[in-house]
Design a protein around this ligand. Structure first.
Ligand SMILES: *Cc1c(COP(=O)(O)O)cnc(C)c1O
Length: 382
């Protein structure tokens, strides 16, 4: 027998309440029951997004949400400022290129955060940007970006701020209306504790206006079609009904715990994870002040091979951590701690990490990381 512990930054473990809700008998997606369910989950999502803006629920993964944002806001030939800090920032820029935008991509480097001074200067130099693309939590590097700071800069600019909050929303502070974020995209399989298959997207008034008379070809991702369906009924095409059952259960769990408490829990667990890792002599990949609260990226070094470590963790302890993406493959490993995670999950992660490190010959004093993580957790700071 081997118990499995999925500790990657998505898909994430599913609470039993959510699994149970998803096993309910099928209902028609044009039934009154589904319309009511849709209305309820949109209202609950608005609390988690902290917005009064319209939210659309899409049956596709998070990237589809990113594509919908770009396809409707950006016209061929529009100038777009893409702020990239890793794999997902690069993906956003690629989508905009695919839709014919003239993309000005600023690459802050994998492991670094967006530098607000650079954004300010870019926006000052070019009043024509139609959109700014940003990633809240760069999952590939474990770096969080200052979206409030970016939003303060786009507020007085023509550009629509489009944010990929796929691996942060529901796990890290995000204030759509308070910060003034025009388009927010997130997905089901990260902090929202659902299986993959749904994306959620909100549009501000500024974004809706920018999307008017959009020339890009689209069908499944058409905002006018989604708006028409929302006004009349619910979704434009057949939604993943079972995931909607699960969505309501997941949102209820978040709102019952209290969004603020959910955010604090992620902060505390992230800190415990980082302190545990550091106590073993390992180095965090990003600078700690930029470290994500939902995924911890740890740098490899000449004393161990992250891929060998991951293999031992997986085969011997049933623990799955994520590796690095693209150029970081084999150079880092990542511990996901978003959504359905609690204190003892971090103890499992650090405990398994210690044992696996010892097994591959890395000098480790068993218990050193766990002790530190326990101190953070019992201290309850954050
Ligand atoms: C997971 C993720 C996505 C979406 O990826 P999908 O595989 O399409 O769901 C986008 N951005 C970030 C930052 C992510 O972590």
């Amino acid at each position: 027998m081997q118990k499995k512990y999925l500790m990657i930054p998505g898909p994430t473990p599913i609470p039993p309440e959510v699994t149970l809700a998803m096993s309910r008998p099928m209902i028609g997606h044009r039934s009154g029951d589904f319309a009511k369910l849709h209305e309820r989950v949109v209202a609950k999502l608005k609390q988690v997004f902290k917005t009064q803006n319209d939210i659309f629920i899409l049956t596709n993964s998070g990237t589809g949400g990113m594509e919908m944002a770009v396809a409707n806001v950006v016209n061929p030939g529009d100038e777009v400022l893409a702020l990239s800090t890793g794999n997902f920032g690069e993906r956003f820029a690629k989508i905009a290129k695919e839709y014919g935008a003239k993309v000005d991509m600023v690459d802050f480097g994998w492991g670094n955060a967006v530098d607000l001074a650079v954004v300010e200067e870019k926006l000052r130099q070019n009043p024509n940007y139609k959109a700014v693309l940003a990633t809240h939590n760069e999952t590939s590097t474990g770096v969080k970006n200052d979206i409030a700071g970016i939003a303060a800069l786009t507020k007085n600019h023509r550009a629509v701020l489009i944010v990929d909050a796929v691996s942060s929303l529901g796990g890290m502070e995000f204030d759509t209306d308070g910060w003034g974020v025009d388009v927010v995209v997130t997905g089901s399989q990260k902090a929202l504790m659902l299986p993959p298959g749904l994306a959620f997207i909100s549009f501000s008034q500024k974004a809706l206006e920018a999307a008017q008379d959009n020339k890009n070809p689209k069908f499944y991702f058409s905002l006018p079609a989604a708006k028409k369906a929302l006004a009349e009924w619910n979704t434009a095409y057949t939604p993943a009904v079972s995931l909607f059952f699960g969505l309501e259960a997941a949102l209820d769990l978040i709102l019952e715990e209290g969004l603020d408490k959910v955010i604090k829990r992620h902060k505390l667990l992230a800190k415990a994870c980082r302190e545990g890792v550091k106590a073993l002599g390992l180095k965090l990949f990003p600078a700690e002040e930029n470290a994500s609260d939902t995924v911890t990226a740890v740098a490899g070094d000449d004393r161990y091979d992250p891929e060998q470590l991951r293999k031992v963790l997986r085969t011997k302890y049933g623990v799955t951590f994520a590796g690095g993406q693209k150029d970081l493959k084999g150079k880092i490993f990542r511990i996901g701690h978003m959504g359905y995670v609690d204190k003892l999950d971090i103890i499992v992660a650090i405990g398994a990490l210690e044992m696996a490190l010892k097994e591959i010959g890395y000098p480790v004093e068993l218990g050193a990381g766990v002790k530190k993580a326990m101190e953070v957790i019992t201290g309850g700071e954050a």
